[in-house]
Design a protein around this ligand. Structure first.
Ligand SMILES: O=C(O)CCC(=O)C(=O)O
Ligand SMILES: [Fe+2]
Length: 738
């Protein structure tokens, strides 16, 4: 329906009779997806107390707020600093993505098992935690009341949606938009993800809702009203009958001076229960109306949307870094050196800090350094937001090239498949054939030039075309480079060990090594479904014939984790390991763990750690030295979720390796050997499964949390390093990359 004539969003009085409310609400939701609620029953004092709580929190120094930082999208709780959220889907044509100019604090249902709200110790419960919990409950009641009306309006039983939205799968978000010297966007245009959002705003204003003709309606602040809007989840559920409308926050035009004041708002995002399958409601797809969206699990949907939006690792490793959005004047309570930097067109459009020196040949985005070049993503011209530049693209190209090379080599070498692709290049004697060229590693600029040539070819380039673009001499160089790992590092997406991400987030006073500078972490598939997968694990008692879990197993677990960390580092994460080198990754994983490879048993901390100091051999050419990996293990073992994730990734690597062996079985006549490998891999998977279910046993969870195992490992490591010659990393080049 055309809303170009609409100049304000409808106001609905909730003290009317139900039938009238249903009618008005449905009209508002089907036309514009927004309404202003009055007489809603939420006490004015509670609203004021909640705003005061929010102010108290955001006025804390940044260093303190960062102690309560958002950890991950599955938990969806904690503080997110300015510049961490982006909404690239709805950019105006030709506009570059900018992060939102707001900081937020997210609070979930306080009694949810496995997730904890990050209550700031600096603020008394009476003025913060208790107030927010009361607000949470009050808003929950209001949303359930509204869901009843929505169900009635959609022709469903009144409690149909209530029953599916009463699981406290909600998220109370405090928002603070710091003062700014620039007019323009403070929060980019977006639709909300959930069912309904209940929003209250202070008197500064700036919220705008899009009309069908692309213009915007101002949502003026009014005392004591609540704005409600439809989110994508409800839009999908209702098959687009109810509209999730684009909205954004802009700095108001002027406020008597150059500086636009800070703004506070409070959003209560409501979602369907975690286990709800979101599929078109029966009353919304009948007759000749078909469902527009495929069914999806509610929790998965939200987590996925959050992953696309929130970057949990912006400049967080550096407390005092300038926020990525250039418009900030100051973050309240922050040091004055968080000041403005006026942007000109030649400021790097990736980090927004340095002067831009180069322009991406593909998207013409100015950037300052190789790092920024690697990190820049850009929406395509048609706004479809595919990652069209950088590593994804190059990776596809190089993979295409590699697979051609592979095929050829396989034929030449009589179908030998079970080999690392780097080994395949040994068939070509680079050093003797073309010594001069091969000896030097392909310069980065040269690689980029090559990439852009490849790009011109398009996705379906055939071998002849590739050969034309990549002359034989250059191919040798590229192969050599791949062999050396240099090109691989260029083509692989930056990967940062996810367990270290938590380290940067959490622990104050930890010595920060070079590795801990945060890079973009891998939003891995497995992490999205981590909790679902952990919950599905067989109970430990069932696997171990009713025996109680032995706490001594933790030493064997450490040996496995040591190997998992080394493998993931070496292969730049699970996604890459599985997609490109499942067999090699599987074999690294197994050989570097004495428990997996030799069924070894460790019975004390020092026994396993001494083993680790020498187990680097298992990671020949590996990604990090033993002391880094031992530190990795220390950070993993204190959380059953992190242990669970690491083991699940080990499990996935073994599964992928097994799949690869099976695939080869079809091609190569080596059935018996392959059958044995498959058996071994299956047995190893079982072993990992055993450790998985052990690590999620309630007693073990508590043990991991409460014992000082992390500290013991770290102090053992310090001591060992003092007493023994500090060992050099096995492969410093990988460390440098990290
Ligand atoms: O701050 C506001 O007024 C709007 C916030 C918003 O739209 C959101 O967080 O989804
Ligand atoms: Fe929103």
């Amino acid at each position: 329906m055309d809303t170009s004539g609409l100049d304000k969003i409808p106001v609905i009085n909730l003290s009317q009779d139900d039938a009238t409310i249903v009618n008005e609400l449905m009209t508002a939701f089907t036309i514009i997806g927004f309404a202003t609620l009055v007489n809603h029953g939420v006490p004015q004092t509670l609203r004021q107390q909640t705003f005061s709580a929010s102010e108290l929190f955001f006025q804390l120094p940044l260093s303190q707020k960062l102690q309560y930082q958002y950890i991950d999208q599955a938990s969806n709780r904690g503080y997110i600093r300015c510049g961490s959220e982006h909404h690239d889907d709805y950019l105006d044509e030709g506009k570059l993505a900018e992060t939102d100019c707001k900081e937020t604090m997210d609070i979930g249902w306080d009694s949810e098992e496995g997730y904890e709200n990050r209550w700031p110790k600096e603020l008394p419960d009476t003025t913060f935690k208790n107030v927010l919990l009361e607000y949470f409950e009050t808003m929950d009641k209001l949303q359930l009341r509204l869901m009843k009306y929505v169900a009635m309006g959609l022709g469903l039983a009144p409690d149909y949606l209530v029953q599916r939205c009463n699981g406290h799968h909600e998220n109370l978000r405090l928002l603070h938009y710091p003062s700014t010297n620039a007019s323009g966007v403070r929060g980019n245009a977006h639709t909300d993800f959930g069912t309904l959002t209940l929003l209250v705003q202070d008197q500064v204003g700036g919220l705008k809702v899009q009309r069908t003709d692309g213009t915007w309606i101002n949502v003026e602040p009014t005392e004591n009203s609540i704005i409600v809007n439809v989110g994508d989840m409800l839009m999908r559920w209702s098959n687009d009958k109810l509209k999730a409308t684009l909205h954004k926050v802009e700095a108001p035009p002027h406020h008597g001076g150059d500086i636009v004041p800070e703004r506070y708002s409070i959003a209560f995002f409501c979602n369907a229960n975690k286990d709800v399958e979101l599929k078109c409601l029966d009353t919304c797809c009948n007759g000749n109306v078909t469902a527009k969206y495929p069914p999806i699990n509610a929790h998965k949907y939200i987590t996925q949307r959050l992953l696309e939006t929130i970057n949990t690792t912006p400049a967080d490793s550096k407390e005092d870094s300038v926020p990525t959005n250039n418009k900030l004047i100051s973050e309240v309570g922050n040091s004055p050196n968080n000041g403005t930097s006026t942007i000109s067109d030649i400021i790097c459009r990736v980090c927004h800090k340095q002067q831009a020196k180069y322009t991406c040949p593909r998207c013409e985005r100015p950037y300052c350094s190789l790092d920024c070049y690697r990190n820049h993503n850009n929406s395509t011209d048609d706004g479809s937001n595919e990652i069209s530049c950088t590593e994804e693209f190059y990776k596809t190209k190089v993979n295409a090239l590699l697979s051609l090379e592979r095929k050829e080599h396989e034929l030449e070498s009589n179908g030998i498949l079970n080999r690392h692709y780097q080994q395949q290049f040994q068939g070509i004697d680079i050093a003797t054939e073309d010594n001069d060229i091969a000896a030097e590693i392909l310069a980065e600029e040269e690689l980029y030039r090559l990439w852009s040539k490849l790009e011109e070819l398009g996705e379906d380039a055939n071998r002849a075309q590739l050969e034309k673009v990549i002359p034989p001499s250059l191919r040798k160089k590229l192969q050599y480079d791949l062999q050396q790992g240099t090109a691989q590092q260029l083509v692989l997406r930056d990967w940062f060990p996810w367990w270290r991400q938590q380290l940067v987030v959490g622990s104050k006073g930890t010595t920060k090594s070079k590795m801990e500078k945060v890079k973009r972490s891998e939003p891995e598939k497995s992490s999205k479904t981590l909790d679902e997968r952990l919950l599905k694990l067989q109970r430990f008692e069932l696997l171990s014939l009713g025996r109680q879990p032995s706490p001594l197993l933790v030493f064997n677990l450490m040996d496995i984790l040591y190997s998992v960390c080394g493998t993931l580092r070496l292969y730049h994460g699970i996604a890459n390991a599985i997609a490109n080198e499942p067999l090699e990754a599987g074999s690294t994983l197994v050989t570097a763990s004495a428990v997996l490879a030799k069924d070894a048993r460790f019975s004390s901390l020092s026994e396993v750690l001494i083993h680790c100091t020498s187990a680097g051999k298992g990671h020949e050419g590996g990604a990090a030295s033993w002391n880094v990996l031992v530190e990795d293990v220390a950070y993993l073992v204190e959380s059953h979720r992190l242990v669970g994730r690491a083991l699940l990734e080990a499990f996935d690597i073994l599964t992928a390796a097994r799949r690869e062996v099976k695939r080869q079985e079809d091609v190569v006549d080596k059935r018996q050997r392959h059958q044995e490998q498959i058996k071994q891999l299956s047995a190893l998977r079982k072993k990992i499964e055993f450790f998985l279910s052990w690590s999620q046993h309630p007693e073990i969870k508590t043990m991991l949390k409460e014992t000082k195992i992390k500290d013991e490992i770290l102090s053992w490591r310090e001591q060992w390093m003092k007493e023994n010659e500090p060992q050099k990393p096995i492969s410093p080049s990988f460390e440098d990359v990290l």
